[in-house]
Design a protein around this ligand. Structure first.
Ligand SMILES: NC(=O)c1ccc[n+]([C@@H]2O[C@H](COP(=O)([O-])OP(=O)(O)OC[C@H]3O[C@@H](n4cnc5c(N)ncnc54)[C@H](O)[C@@H]3O)[C@@H](O)[C@H]2O)c1
Length: 268
């Protein structure tokens, strides 16, 4: 598989064992890139890498906790040993399990360990990936960070998650500024609810209905929708785009909340 907008490039996707990251790794490979499929769950990374190979692509599974610098250095080193360089980094891993995201509740009762682990994985993890990938980008490259609409809105829970995702919006600008002269671009994508199996399991039918009412468009974002945008940001078609955060939300943030409330009252 060599044809495509990323033919001859080497990509690295974190959190690629499931959901958005898996779809993005598959998409980068479909565009011709050889991909490092990185996840803290080695078996999940291997499963995505196997799927890439099944579809005719080239993938290297990397078991790594993005918050641990030695592991990140070793994973980037293994990718460079296999593919010679890094052209595309998609930093996408986040601590979304019950023990971290699930306990990211009201601040007055917050276990500080939840805040710290959220920042360690979501923010320090992105910084470590960039720190170690940039030296492996001798001829420029494209970095994409996964933020979230939670960067732009408040909520009654998930302050740590939202703050970490908001920090990534600023971090993208700093990386873009620091490395622009070397031809390295950095952008973020900020999806609203993406209907992964995990997200569907985590939300009640009433919560899913609320999310649907908030959207202007009748359809939610899928992992493939995110992968389309990440592939565009990874390839040269977006060569003048850097320091930006692109919101992918079927119109969730584009209107006054009142609009959704009024519309839901009008619906049968
Ligand atoms: N699904 C959504 O609705 C949604 C919306 C907005 C943003 N996001 C963001 O998209 C990204 C992917 O989310 P998803 O929905 O695909 O979730 P997911 O749980 O399916 O995937 C996350 C992956 O990250 C891995 N991971 C967790 N901690 C890690 C660590 N320390 N090191 C390496 N890998 C680690 C997990 O093992 C998992 O495979 C996250 O950054 C999330 O915040 C998701």
């Amino acid at each position: 598989m060599t044809a495509g907008r990323l033919a001859g490039r080497a990509g690295l996707v974190t959190g690629a064992g499931s959901g958005i990251g898996a779809a993005c790794a598959l998409r980068l490979a479909a565009e011709g890139a050889r991909v490092g499929v990185l996840d803290v769950r080695g078996d999940a990374a291997e499963a995505t890498a196997a799927l890439v190979r099944q579809r005719g692509g080239d993938a290297l599974a990397l078991e790594c906790d993005v918050s641990a610098e030695k592991q990140v250095a070793a994973a980037v080193g293994a990718l460079v040993a296999a593919y010679g360089r890094v052209d595309v980094l998609h930093s996408n891993a986040a601590a979304l399990g019950a023990e971290v995201y699930g306990r990211d509740r009201e601040l007055a009762g917050l276990d500080v360990a939840v805040w710290d682990r959220t920042m360690e994985v979501n923010l320090r993890g992105a910084m470590l990936m960039v720190k170690h990938a940039v030296p492996a980008m001798p001829d420029g490259g494209s970095i994409v960070l996964t933020s979230s609409v939670s960067a732009f809105t408040g909520d009654e829970a998930h302050a740590a998650y939202g703050a970490s995702k908001a920090a990534l919006v600023g971090f993208a600008r700093y990386v873009a500024t620091m490395y622009g002269a070397r031809g390295i671009r950095c952008n973020a994508v900020a999806p609203a609810l993406v209907l992964t199996p995990a997200a569907e399991r985590a939300l009640s039918p009433a919560q899913l209905a609320d999310k649907a009412a908030e959207r202007l468009l009748p359809w939610p974002c899928t992992v493939e929708d995110v992968a389309h945008l990440v592939a565009f940001l990874a390839c040269d078609e977006s060569r003048c785009l850097t320091g930006q955060t692109l919101i992918l939300d079927s119109g969730t943030l584009a209107h006054r909340p009142q609009h959704a409330i009024q519309r839901s009252r009008l619906l049968p």
